[in-house]
Ligand binder design. Sequence first.
Ligand SMILES: [Fe+2]
Length: 210
Amino acid sequence: MFTKFKVIDDFLKLEHFNFLINLKLDQIKKEEIKIYNNTYFENGKIEKSCLDNNFINNLHKTYHEQVLKLLKELYPEKFNLWEYSEFHIIETGSKYKYPIHRDTPYKLLSGVIYLSPKINKGTILYEDKNGTSEKVIDWKQNRALFFSRKENNSFHSYEGDNISTRRALVYNLMTTKLRKICKIEKINYTKVKIREFLNPYIYRCFRKVL
Ligand SMILES: [Fe+2]
């Protein structure tokens, strides 16, 4: 079974949702994906691409307490490890498929909020790495899906619907404390560290994630 998750409809306030769906971004090809990184750090520092400082601050101020509460509910042992939040905008081409993967252990809470268009395909959850018991969290504008990764039961993927480019806001609570995470999850630190190091290369060459 996929680990505990939460689906929340109408997650973003309308002003934020409307701003994000109307944001002018580069046109991408059907087979492409484009990720715009925006990060808010614990000390207030911001790294951004397609959003401005005010907007990122505003997102953090508005939703941080709510998502921390979700983390507390979904994986209480990880609650105290938060260091930064990601507000990435991901544009997925209609023919693009991101392979089945578990998220990096640096992610305490993984969140996706479906933005546009009105009809597309939602995130797919699986029981295991082979894609058993596929379950799609249906696409609905402003619907959020949150979960806290676990080594063996948080496999998921996403893809375009063959018709239009899919825009989503990925909202993650993050840490750099990998040793602590490995202790909590009872997984081997060295093995995980090597896997995390290799994954970007393996993805680039083989479109697979370890
Ligand atoms: Fe993921």
